[in-house]
Each structure stands twice: as structure tokens, then as C-alpha cells.
Ligand binder design. Sequence first.
Ligand SMILES: Cc1cc2nc3c(=O)[nH]c(=O)nc-3n(C[C@H](O)[C@H](O)[C@H](O)COP(=O)(O)O)c2cc1C
Length: 327
Amino acid sequence: MKNIHSHRKDEHISLAEKFYTEQAQAGFESIRLMPNALPEIGINDVNLETTLAGLTMPYPFFIQAMTGGSEYTAKLNARLAKIAHATGLAMAVGSQSVALKYPELAPTFQIVREMNPDGLILANVGADASVTKAKAAVEMIQANALQLHITEAQELVMPEGDRSFNYLGHIAEIVQKLDVPVIVKSVGAGMSNQDALALKNIGVKFVDVGGFGGTNFVQIENARRHTKDFDFMTAFGLSTVESLKSIQLDDLSITATGGIRNSADIVKSLALGADNVGIAGFFLHQLLHHDDEFMIELVEQMQYQLKSLFVLLGVKSVCELSEKNIY
Ligand SMILES: Cc1cc2nc3c(=O)[nH]c(=O)nc-3n(C[C@H](O)[C@H](O)[C@H](O)COP(=O)(O)O)c2cc1C
């Protein structure tokens, strides 16, 4: 029999897809790219390399944490890992807490490492995990880095969710004791400069703003309740763009996640200060409707589109992009 966690993961997939919209609400439509009419560069001058959790990767976007923990999502993990391997994208797995509780589910995550032995792969657990669990999650998939997700809004709407949130002590200890880099990742509520500063002050170097405007777990959990008690809260949070604009701190590497739908959104995020961009819902939507060959072509198209956009802005590398390139 399926355990409650595996069942919930499958429900999350179907509800994320049910509520998916082509147009996100993350704020990117209010930003325009600043053309450079005389770029004086060509496609071959562009280098898309950047870092994720301090690790070098060839492209500034990656497959964000979603799947694993059930028979169905093991298959999706295998497909995503195959696509990541073929295209050079980094990939995060979904929360491994379920496999730490039920070790027989570990293969639903380990398939990602099997399909992509040399890829950049991120482990994922909640920010309230113990050091032992965080280490076990990394070991389970020989991850290159660890994501700690923060999901207060989702938990509070979820009938069986957590009701109190004391993350800072856990995060500080994990950052100190793990020998891989640790990213603290919001999921849908965004992050302000104040949040980022609180994290920086306890030794965090990598944050994922996880802004409002894409996959909406308040909406998803509210639908699972059937009572719609939390209808009023479905627009809660800072959008991805608002979060990026809010955070103005040196020595903090930022991931932009939440409502990224296309290559222009990626470039806008980078111009707003992100070092890299995570994409979940858009890839899930495409994955559920297309085969692996289509997906590989889609990612390669995005990689080429990014180079084209860089040329149109007259920039050769991710670190050259800045607020001067948007208006
Ligand atoms: C079906 C689904 C499952 C997800 N599961 C996780 C998870 O287990 N851990 C996590 O940190 N984030 C999880 N997320 C959140 C994504 O990683 C991402 O932060 C969020 O969906 C916003 O990005 P998007 O708008 O591109 O979807 C999940 C997202 C989706 C769509």
C-alpha cells in the first residue's frame, strides 16, 4: 500500500499540472530587456557559464526540485535525469524526507545519479532536518550540494502540515557540519533582504528566493483541503522579481525560482542579480505532454535562445549582466 507521503507527492504533481498557466505572475512582464543596437559581438563570443552553490555549471538554469518518493515520480525522476544528462543541466531531486523515513523508497531518488553519474545533482530536505538526515540525503544520491526548503505557508494550509517553524538553528548547524554547499530555498513565498540577511548572518552563502508567481503550494494545499479555507491566501508572498529587487547583499549567491517560463525570464533574473535560475512547473508541464527527445530539443533551444538574447543585449557572460540591461 502506498504511504501517505508518496500519495501526497503524486497529488502535488497532478494539482501543479491542473493549476499550471502559460502566463506566470512572478513580475517578469513588468520588466523589459534593454536592447543594444550596436552589440559588437556574435553568438560565439557568448559564454553562459555560471555557478550554482559555488559549483561551476555550463548554463544558468537548472531543473528544480520536484520528484521522487513514489513509483510514478521515480519514472519522472529517471526521465528528468536523462534530459539533464543529455543537455548538461544541473538537477535537484524532490524532498528526500520520505526516503529517509522509508528506506525502500531511496531508489526512486538514486535513479537520478544512476542516469547521470557525473552530473551536478542537488539533494533536498526540509530546513528543519537534523544534521544526520541532511548528510544521509546527500549520501543517498552522492549529491554535489544540498537544498534546504522552507515551506511555512504550504505547511500551515496543509491539514497534516507542521505548525511551528524554528529553522535558523538547524540551518546554521547543517551549513557548518556538511561538507557540501547548502542552499536555503523558499518555496513560493519569496525572500526579503531581511530574510537573506538573517541567513547570511548564520553563515549561509547560497539562497534561493523561491518567489510567488509560479507553482503555488498554498493553492495546491487549499485544493487538497476541499474546504477552500485558505482562498484568501493564494496570492501570499513576494514575487520572484520583488524578492530579487529586495535583496541587495554582497557575498550572497542567489538562485531565482518561481514562475520562470522562458529564456527572457532567465535573462531578466540574471540582470536582477541572480547567479542562476531554477525551473520546476514549466518543465513538469512539458514533460507530462512530450517525450524525452522533445524535452532535450526544448532545453537546447533555450540554451541557444539565451545566447541570442545575450547578443541582443551586448553582453558576453552572466557576470556582465546587470540592471543596466533592463528597464
Ligand atoms: C510537483 C512539484 C513538486 C515539488 N516538490 C518539491 C520538493 O519536494 N522540494 C522542494 O524544495 N521544492 C519542491 N517543489 C517546488 C519547486 O522546486 C519550485 O520551488 C516551485 O515549484 C516554484 O518554481 P516553478 O514556478 O518553476 O514551478 C515542487 C514543485 C512541483 C511543481
